[in-house]
Design a protein. Structure first.
Length: 447
């Protein structure tokens, strides 16, 4: 009889203390896991079982928590030293909601010393009312916390979609990246500085398209679109999936919440939907260097100061077509997060106003490129994505004035459009190549 220490030994075999015994009539250890045991020596027909070495302590285990703690400390330090100096958009949100609560039409007034207008749909007033419940300082900290949590959750969802296993380590790593991003990426940093809600809107869209179960998908995109119109562009993702039910749910959700506010607050709704929705000048100066959209490009030299509507429509239409091709290919090949990011960047380009702090979507690019499925996009596209990240770190649209500034103001939209164009071309080439291979395989030979 031979003794073998094995996790897979026959449970009915006789046992001796400290050994799991397997039977073999030839003096060899029996088949199965016993053959693969690293702790069995067979010498002259005898078996010697060596004690298993104690596991080495995993010294890397605390590392994600340590990095997350350092990231949290860095965020808090930045917000204490520099974050409280501004909060311009948060002041607009609070001022418009407070005017609304006093019975005034928030679309008739201006807010802050900069005399800014409230430019969101009426449903946003209902959602943003929570920002007027406390003092400005308390509200600012709460909005920062919610924004960072929303950004972290968005990163987690994207990484899970790319095949990264979940757990506390994933959340710590995602929080650490979010902390680094809000310090080094100009759009993310500006989003916190201004007191914007872009992080929350990004989370709503990402969660709906990548995490929420299919029977409920689309509803949250509709809610986000009722708060701010730009998330409507993500209907393209649902359409390329041929997810007709979710597309309908998104549209119905948007219409229901919009109609709800119209019924309860008809005066405000009439002002916004009949006038303000098409008055892009209310949002701000379209030629401001912070505006990184096609509409800004066609209002700067060499175009006339009044802009070129025809060129803007042409560029916007072409951008949406290109992004739709990418989204179609990505949804067909299981790369859902890449489809979402392609449409997000297209939406930023075609929107009449896309301030640099609206480009917080760039925060999701590095997680997409470093996951286990990072090769899901062609090499040139990955390089251009990293170039986009570098541009948002540098923020060249803030650097100089004069002729050089005019060129730098357009570099982010031009680079993004080039990225989408190259990406779409390579996706079409891959599709045609794969289609040709299928045709070759399925076509019978003429012999």
């Amino acid at each position: 009889m031979l003794g073998a220490r094995s996790l897979g030994a026959d449970p009915l075999a006789p046992r001796t203390p400290g050994l799991t015994v397997g039977m073999s009539g030839t003096g060899r250890v029996g088949r199965g896991r016993a053959n693969r045991s690293r702790y069995v020596d067979v010498v002259a027909g005898a078996v010697t079982a060596h004690p298993r070495s104690p596991p080495r302590p995993n010294r890397a285990a605390p590392l994600p928590y340590l990095v997350a703690g350092l990231a949290g400390a860095g965020i808090v330090a930045y917000l204490i030293i520099w974050g409280r100096r501004y909060g311009l958009d948060l002041k607009v949100y609070r001022g418009s909601v407070q005017a609304w609560h006093r019975g005034l039409n928030p679309y008739d007034g201006t807010y802050t010393a900069s005399r800014l207008d409230f430019t969101y749909p009426p449903f946003a007033l209902l959602v943003l009312s929570a920002l007027a419940w406390g003092s400005f300082a308390v509200t600012q900290w709460l909005l920062w916390a919610v924004s960072i949590a929303a950004a972290t959750a968005s990163v987690v969802i994207v990484l899970r979609d790319r095949g990264v296993a979940g757990g506390s380590r994933l959340w710590c790593a995602s929080f650490a990246w979010t902390g680094a991003a809000v310090l080094v990426l100009e759009p993310a940093r500006s989003g916190l500085d201004y007191g914007q809600i872009e992080f929350v809107l990004m989370f709503l869209v990402v969660a709906d398209l990548l995490a929420i179960p299919a029977p409920f998908r689309g509803v949250v995109v509709g809610v986000a679109s009722a708060i701010k119109l730009t998330p409507l562009v993500f209907l393209i993702v649902l359409l390329t999936r041929r997810d007709w039910a979710s597309t309908v749910r998104a549209l119905v959700s948007f219409v229901v919440w919009t109609a709800f506010t119209w019924l309860l607050w008809p005066a405000e709704s009439r002002v916004f939907w009949r006038n303000d929705v098409i008055q892009t000048s209310r949002v701000g100066n379209v030629t401001d260097p912070s505006n990184q959209s096609w509409n800004a490009v066609v209002h700067r030299p060499p175009f006339p100061a009044t802009g070129s509507t025809a060129v803007w429509l042409l560029l916007s239409g072409l951008t949406l077509v290109i992004a739709t091709v990418i989204a179609w290919r990505c949804t067909r090949t299981g790369r859902q997060a890449f489809a979402v990011i392609a449409i997000a960047f297209a939406g930023l380009l075609v929107s009449p106003i896309s301030w640099s702090h609206h480009w917080v979507w760039v925060l999701l690019v590095p997680p997409l490129l470093i996951g286990p499925r990072r090769l899901a996009v062609p090499g040139p596209v990955r390089l251009m994505f990293w170039g986009l990240v570098v541009l948002t770190v540098a923020g060249p649209y803030w650097w100089w004035s004069g002729t050089l500034r005019e060129a730098l103001d357009a570099i982010l939209p031009l680079w993004t459009f080039a990225l989408l164009s190259v990406w779409a071309a390579l996706e079409l080439i891959a599709w045609r190549t794969a289609d040709g291979r299928r045709t070759t395989v399925t076509t019978p030979s003429c012999g």
